[in-house]
Design a binder for this molecule. Structure first.
Ligand code: ZN
Length: 196
């Protein structure tokens, strides 16, 4: 068996990325072929640095180069409020709204019976373990079927603990994703969150 040629290998690797089909992968690979060597080096270095230098915060699961992360270690942040999100990349759009000054908890996914993802596959236990001193939990899972199911599940778990549990007031498109919601809409969703 011979190794496939470098171009075919690059196309193959790029096509594994989410949202990239063979056609786009081929276009990107040919682009890399054309750019100066240092540009290709910068890309490959950036890929490896992400793997070598970043990890999940041991408290909130945000992506970080230091543990605890900059949110968890920031004395200015409101420690009585936790915003629960599905993925680490949901933090940035919420930060950009300027409406939220509390801490985060990243579940690392959402409940999905179809894909066999139950509470044990998510950071639910870790959430329950860090509720000391927390008075409000904002459920900011995505406004789609899985995100809603996750929010309902967590609301039921949290209610008996006498914590105010709220959900983003979605003017956000149903079936949508927090990452694709514009700042103004997302900011309003946070400001107008309703108690569950
Ligand atoms: Zn953290």
């Amino acid at each position: 068996m011979s190794t496939p040629d470098p171009l075919a290998r690059l196309v193959g690797e790029l096509a594994r990325l989410p949202g990239i089909g063979t056609k786009t992968a081929t276009r990107l690979a040919h682009h890399v072929l054309r750019v100066p060597r240092q540009e290709a080096e910068a890309l490959s270095r950036a890929l490896l640095d992400v793997k070598d230098q970043l990890f999940h915060c041991s408290t909130c699961n945000a992506i970080t180069a230091v543990d605890p992360c900059r949110f968890c270690s920031d004395p200015e942040r409101d420690r009585t409020s936790l915003c629960v999100i599905e993925e680490p990349f949901n933090i940035a759009p919420i930060e950009r709204t300027g409406e939220y000054r509390g801490l985060y908890h990243v579940l690392l996914g959402a409940l999905s019976p179809q894909r066999g993802i139950g509470p044990d596959q998510l950071a639910v236990g870790a959430l329950l373990d860090r509720l000391d001193g927390v008075t409000e939990v904002i459920l900011a899972t995505n406004p789609n079927v899985e995100g809603e199911a996750t929010a309902l599940y967590l609301a039921r778990l949290l209610k008996p603990r006498e914590i105010k549990v709220s959900r983003l007031a979605f003017g956000m498109p149903v079936g949508g994703d927090i990452e694709y919601t514009d700042e103004v809409t997302l900011g309003r969703s946070i400001a107008g969150r309703r108690e569950l």
